[in-house]
Design a binder for this molecule. Structure first.
Ligand code: PMV
Length: 334
């Protein structure tokens, strides 16, 4: 039987929380090397397949929760007050209300994203992870990491992985209440691993990942193959990480991303997140690779590329992609 988010949370946290005073938390953004695409439960954000990502160090979201002094909930985003019926404010307050329940305490939430808008990265993963970490502190919930990750997942699937730094695996889980669907860190450091963010296009009208996934699952016959491939890719990427086999990791991550996009394109109406500039950038990646530079790409539900390479090739990569200079090269591990 399917449960609602509120039912799962009430079952896990039977007592009303204590009123809070102040809490602050940071969570990093992340980029999936093996993607999450498709939900087996849309209410709880339970995925069809497991996924694996790398967190982006200091790029992410910082959230502060304090008691509101105006008698109503207040939401600020990057220093600006957000009106109550704005979709962002509504999502944030709805998520807080899952934990606040009947406790009568309006709160003030201040969210700061330090992800450069030019990087073309989504912030819902770091946003919900930071909010969950702050709520845990504010209401003294004392949640384990597994539960923090599972609850963050209810805000946004990929937020389950943003609870941690480094390489992170999100287990798909099998339970109907989703409490076995949480992320865990993979205990591997790889100092030479680099992720570059390449913003290639602006202004493309974006269909959010929730509706995109639903459309793909409902209409793309190709999607039938996806869970099988994702499961294989997940195992291969874990092996590549354990062996520090960059070529295997890069190939598998790129193939995984393009296979996900193939299922989107095979949806109806078609779902193509790429812009002409995205394709041109992909071709430049492949050209550089044909010249012997181990450079791979991955893409989420948007037109921008994330480049994967090793520190020793940084000069060649920057040479071929001077626009990387304007964005940022994220160094997850020192
Ligand atoms: O968690 P959401 O709803 O932001 O979906 C994330 C979907 C992808 O970014 C395309 C893949 C992923 O695993 O992050």
């Amino acid at each position: 039987m399917k449960s609602t988010k509120a039912q799962v949370i009430e079952f896990c946290l039977p007592d009303l929380p204590d009123a809070g005073v102040r809490a602050e938390a940071f969570a990093p953004s992340n980029i999936a090397l093996c993607k999450y695409w498709g939900k087996r439960d849309a209410e709880l954000n339970l995925p069809v397949n497991g996924s694996l990502s790398i967190s982006l160090g200091s790029l992410g979201t910082r959230t502060e929760i304090t008691e509101s002094d105006t008698g109503t909930d207040q939401v600020f985003l990057n220093g600006k007050a957000v009106v109550q019926d704005n979709p962002f404010a509504r999502k944030v307050v709805a998520f807080i209300s899952l934990f606040r329940r009947e406790l009568d305490q309006p709160v003030c939430i201040k969210t700061e994203n330090n992800i450069p808008t030019a990087a073309g990265l989504a912030s819902s993963a770091s946003g919900f992870a930071a909010l969950m970490l702050a709520l845990n502190d504010f209401y003294h919930l004392g949640l384990s990491h597994d539960r923090l990750s599972a609850f963050a997942r209810m805000g946004s699937g990929s937020a389950s992985r943003s609870i941690y730094q480094g390489f992170v695996e999100w287990h798909k889980g099998n339970r109907a209440d989703g409490m076995d669907s949480f992320a865990e860190p993979i205990n591997i450091t790889w100092p030479g691993f680099r992720v570059g963010l390449l913003k290639v296009a602006t202004g493309a009208k974006k269909i959010d990942s929730r509706s995109g996934m639903q459309r793909t699952v409902d209409t793309a016959a190709l999607y039938e193959q996806w869970p099988k491939q994702a499961e294989q890719d997940l195992q291969t990427i874990k092996r590549a990480l354990a062996d520090q086999d960059f070529e295997l990791l890069g190939q598998t991550a790129e193939h995984n991303a393009l296979s996900m996009h193939a299922t989107m394109i095979a949806s109806w109406p078609p779902l193509l997140y790429w812009q002409p500039e995205s394709v041109a950038a992909m071709q430049r990646v492949w050209e550089l690779r044909s010249l012997g530079v181990p450079l791979y790409l991955t893409m989420d539900a948007g037109p921008n590329l994330k480049l994967l390479y090793l520190a020793e090739y940084e000069a060649q990569v920057r040479d071929a992609f001077p626009e990387l200079l304007d964005i940022d090269i994220v160094v997850p591990f020192g």
